[in-house]
Design a binder for this molecule. Structure first.
Ligand code: ARG
Length: 282
């Protein structure tokens, strides 16, 4: 009897040690905490069929996974609003934010910004969307006179509204793009300023919305995206830049973007265009 108890105890001890050991090893792996604002398909958004960390998908999430893997760290995504992402980087509560950031001179002053990464055609154009009834109606800045236009807080789109729309426009801030889309659908705002690729995703997922026909004038420095890190985090920034160069050299960006578009419900096939034989046209 004593022998059996001893054996059982030994077995138990072994199991506990093994699991404990394994868990410790997992927990011991350094983490990479990345803030994202998952309201910006196809760059970062939520797959509602999944839960936990798996629910965050999109181009930037793929990029974050790649960076974590290259660094030998365990990725921890911290979802938060777009303005909160920036505050979290500034205060250092996260290692970085990968959230579709455009380069702006002001951001470059306050943060370490990575080299550019190619973000598909998400931001080659900056546009304004509206309800279907107003499709194609407003093509010049003056056409928005007296209208209410929404934009995300602390975004490039907010800057563009302030700089390029007439003074008679009421600009409404939204910390969350999903909430802004609801406001548009409910008639609380007339239009919403968006990155063109994001606009495509919003329209694809919301019946009754369309492009106004207006595009902002955008400096080409804003076309590609950058990762935002804490000012002075030079070593980490250097590491990130090396990994971005590697992803670029491996030709991964285009494929990641197409995958993200498909996941976001954007019909890439229609955009590419196929001939009768099903081959890519042109
Ligand atoms: N590219 C724009 C900017 O830098 C919009 C980014 C919005 N990103 C987001 N995850 N909501 O301001």
């Amino acid at each position: 009897m004593k022998k059996i108890v001893a054996l059982l105890l030994a077995a138990l001890l072994l199991t506990v040690c093994c699991f404990g050991g394994c868990a410790k090893k997992e927990a011991g792996k350094p983490t990479l905490t990345v803030a994202i604002s998952p309201d910006f398909a196809p760059m970062e958004f939520v797959d509602t069929s999944k839960s936990g960390q798996d629910q965050y998908v999109g181009f930037d999430v793929t990029l974050a996974k790649y960076i974590a893997q290259e660094m030998g760290r365990e990725l921890v995504i911290k979802p938060m609003s777009f303005d909160a992402c920036q505050a979290a980087v500034q205060t250092g509560t996260v290692d970085m934010s990968i959230s579709g950031f455009s380069y702006t001179a002001e951001r470059a002053e306050n943060y370490n910004l990575s080299d550019y990464y190619y973000a598909g055609d998400n931001e080659t154009e900056q546009s304004i969307i509206t309800i279907k009834e107003n499709e194609g109606k407003w093509t010049k800045a003056e056409d928005f006179a007296g209208k209410t236009v929404g934009a995300q807080t602390a975004s490039l789109q907010m800057n563009l509204c302030n700089e390029q729309l007439p003074d008679t426009v009421t600009i409404k801030e939204f910390s969350d793009i999903g909430t802004a889309v609801e406001a548009l659908r409910n008639g609380n705002i007339d239009a919403l300023a968006v990155a063109n690729g994001n606009g495509k995703a919003i329209i694809a997922n919301n019946d009754g919305l369309a492009f106004t026909g207006f595009d902002f004038e955008v400096d080409e420095s804003a076309e590609n995206n950058v990762i935002m890190l804490k000012k002075g985090a030079d070593e980490l920034t250097k590491q990130v830049n090396e990994i971005l160069a590697k992803a670029y050299a491996a030709g991964l960006y285009g494929q990641w973007y197409t995958e993200a578009e498909t996941l976001a419900g954007i019909d890439t096939a229609a955009e590419i265009g196929y001939d009768d034989q099903g081959n890519v046209a042109g």
